[in-house]
Design a protein around this ligand. Structure first.
Ligand SMILES: NC(=O)c1ccc[n+]([C@@H]2O[C@H](COP(=O)([O-])OP(=O)(O)OC[C@H]3O[C@@H](n4cnc5c(N)ncnc54)[C@H](O)[C@@H]3O)[C@@H](O)[C@H]2O)c1
Length: 251
């Protein structure tokens, strides 16, 4: 891959959810390399890792509004501002035909992937509004999925949750359009992170066969798009959906 473009994010404060995971690693390193202070949010067990020691962290379960509110209060107390929010926490859940999905499992997948984005935006957008009013700068990136656009057999809850994230992004983008905060979603195809690497070989082969570029997405490619979406180069895109699917997306 060619050398990465650099954006100046020095002095910017960013919150990244799902920060200990595969995309989280690539995004936190890329934003930190651009000078941002990246506050890592994830489940407590996920944050208890030596390689995260260089970053500020706060345990936050995105399904729990109280946990999210506590973490948001910590950002306000420590920094008094927030410039960038990346809603990246997610789970794929069990792979099953729709009619065989237990209610608890359906709810769990919606809770993390869709309601989690709502809880985090609800807790942090007020602080971002204050910051953007003073700085003229604010970016939210929501990590959806190609499955939001296409649906995927045996992943109805995940596909529906991610489609909800796309719609939430469009609504929030319109609400914040005159507040100097841009809100965009990305729709990645499959990448071999912890989330997908253990999927059955036949399912991975099926997914790969749908990607015209005939390879899986690299987390660094996600980070590259996120970095641009969080930069001052991104000035007239909001409520938009950015494809990362190797040609799979048809719209
Ligand atoms: N890997 C892929 O193929 C792929 C494709 C499209 C979209 N995505 C999306 O990208 C995002 C990142 O996925 P990844 O590939 O890095 O997976 P990952 O499993 O490596 O990381 C997900 C992270 O989210 C955290 N998380 C899970 N539940 C949480 C909760 N309740 N509260 C807070 N954090 C929680 C996990 O602890 C983990 O660190 C997810 O939203 C996922 O749906 C992934």
């Amino acid at each position: 891959m060619q050398s990465a473009a650099t954006y100046d994010l020095s002095g910017r404060i960013a919150v990244l959810t799902g920060a200990a995971g595969g995309f989280g690693q690539a995004i936190r390193e890329r934003l930190a390399a651009s000078g941002a202070t990246v506050v890592l949010w994830d489940l407590p067990a996920a944050l208890a890792r030596a390689d995260l020691a260089a970053f500020p962290t706060h345990a936050a379960d995105v399904t729990d509004p109280d946990s999210v509110a506590t973490a948001a209060a910590d950002v306000r107390r420590r920094y008094g501002r927030l410039d960038i929010l990346i809603n990246n926490a997610g789970i794929v859940g069990e792979v099953r035909p729709t009619w065989e999905v237990p209610l608890d499992e359906f709810n769990r997948i919606i809770d993390v992937n869709l309601k989690g984005v709502f809880h985090v935006c609800r807790a942090l957008v007020p602080l971002m509004l204050e910051s953007a009013a003073a700085s003229g700068f604010g970016h939210i990136v929501n990590v959806a999925s190609i499955q939001a656009k296409e649906g995927m057999a045996q992943a109805a809850a995940y596909s529906a949750a991610k489609a909800g994230v796309v719609a939430l992004t469009k609504s929030l983008g319109k609400e914040l359009a005159t507040a100097n905060i841009m809100v965009n979603a990305i729709t990645p195809a499959a990448s071999l992170t912890a989330m997908s690497v253990d999927a059955p070989k036949e399912r991975l082969a099926d997914i790969l066969s749908r990607i015209p570029m005939r390879r899986f997405l690299e987390p660094a490619e996600v980070a590259a798009m996120v970095a641009w979406l969080c930069s001052s180069e991104c000035t007239f895109s909001t409520g938009a959906v950015f494809d990362l699917s190797g040609g799979r997306a048809t719209y």
